[in-house]
Design a binder for this molecule. Structure first.
Ligand code: PLP
Length: 384
């Protein structure tokens, strides 16, 4: 008997959208090498350039400023491999940013966050003033701040932060992996130098992403991967044409999703209300901070996230204990640590993330599974 599944782990990866699947299948027949001048090559090239324009459209950029990569992790490694003198990284960044920042060999500093995981912009401005001074010519300082957090969904005030960063002559790298398709992103007005996005978080295939350049200065970034002259000498290697076709189609659909952000937030709020009604001791992290429409991170004190997530899975619901990339490790989530959440509480944090196929039935199924898991837990406690 097949158990019907409820997938609420879009922040880990989103299911492939039907439009992306169709575009990929079509592109499998455009088998030419996109660098070849013959008709087959030109056909493959046009698939790529169409995808580039679609992705630029999602983030308000010019197509020529979009460079394809193998994913956001490569995009971050690319930017952070430049010879920066100083790198300032927010305390809630994803390991895709923190690991290459640590390895870079530059002087690094952490930008603190408050109990909601939000950067205090005044404090940040002081940090810039005191630590990097006011020399707008220096250009060798990088600031990395994510648009929205993968665990809590908390959204940072990027435009304001970009203003301060540029006042001090630094450049800004923004991880928009979780924000793309869930909040309006307009590179033309934001003042971001480098923006990283990932296909599989918006319903495209895995293993493909982009780095988007927002300024003339950032456009001069030296390549990380050298070889052929692909991506206008920015990133060598024959392009993955079917994957890019899927990424492009997903970007178009993700842009449409922006019209339905309110519906997604209602579903998320309903899920939170139902879980809270079922287990009144539930904590909802950063509930009153600006958050993505699709994400909720909750914790019931004493209910280990690991056990809860396994229980939910056995009851047909896919969710995550903290971020997917750090699950499997028992260490406290650095994001919750930065928010000053106790280790005991952090161990209980379960993330539900909704997406393009989520509906009312999923919310009801999740509530049912939650109730069953928590009831079993109660029973175990009584037995013990
Ligand atoms: N940044 C954030 C916020 C993420 O959630 C992830 C993936 O989990 C990444 C970066 C890495 O993206 P990719 O899987 O495309 O390398």
């Amino acid at each position: 008997m097949s158990v019907s599944r409820t997938y609420l782990d879009y922040n880990a990866t989103a299911p492939l959208r039907p439009g992306a699947r169709e575009a990929m299948l079509r592109a499998l027949d455009s088998f030419g090498n996109p660098s070849s001048v013959h008709a087959e090559g030109r056909r493959a090239r046009s698939v790529i350039e169409c995808a580039r324009a679609e992705i630029a459209g999602l983030v308000g950029a010019q197509a020529r400023d979009v460079a394809f990569t193998s994913g956001a992790t490569e995009s971050a490694n690319w930017v952070l491999s430049a010879p920066w003198r100083k790198i300032l990284v927010s305390a809630v960044e994803h390991p895709a940013v923190t690991a290459p920042a640590t390895r870079a060999g530059a002087q690094t500093m952490t930008i603190p966050v408050d109990a909601n995981g939000l950067i205090d912009v005044e404090l940040f401005a002081n940090l810039l003033r005191n630590d990097i001074g006011d020399d707008p010519e220096q250009g060798d300082v990088l600031v990395a701040v994510q648009f929205a957090n993968n665990e809590t969904g908390v959204v940072q005030p990027i435009a304001e932060i970009a203003g301060f960063v540029h006042e001090h002559g630094a450049q800004l790298l923004v991880d928009a992996v979780q924000a793309a398709g869930r909040i309006e992103i307009d590179m033309a007005t934001l003042g971001v130098d480098y923006l990283m996005i990932s296909s599989h978080k918006i319903g495209g295939p895995q293993g493909v992403g982009a780095l988007v350049f927002g300024t003339a200065e950032s456009n001069n970034l030296k390549p990380l991967i050298v070889g052929g002259g692909q991506e206008r000498n920015k990133r060598a290697g024959t392009e993955n044409v079917p994957a890019l076709a899927g990424f492009g189609a997903a970007a178009v659909a993700a842009k449409d999703d922006l019209l339905r952000v309110g519906e997604s937030a209602l579903l998320r709020d309903e899920l939170e209300a139902r879980l809270k009604a079922a287990t009144p001791g539930l904590t909802i992290f950063a509930k009153n901070a600006p958050r993505l429409c699709n994400t909720t991170l909750v914790a019931l004190p004493g209910a280990s996230a690991e056990t809860t997530v396994i229980g939910l899975d056995l009851n047909g619901v896919a969710a995550s204990a903290g971020s997917a990339c750090s699950s499997g490790k028992t260490a406290r989530s650095p994001v919750l640590a930065a928010m000053d959440v106790s280790a005991d509480m952090a161990k209980c944090a379960v993330r539900f993330s909704l997406g393009w196929a989520t509906n009312e039935k999923d919310i009801a199924a999740c509530e049912g599974a939650w109730q069953r898991v928590m009831k079993t837990r109660g029973g175990e406690r009584q037995v013990a």
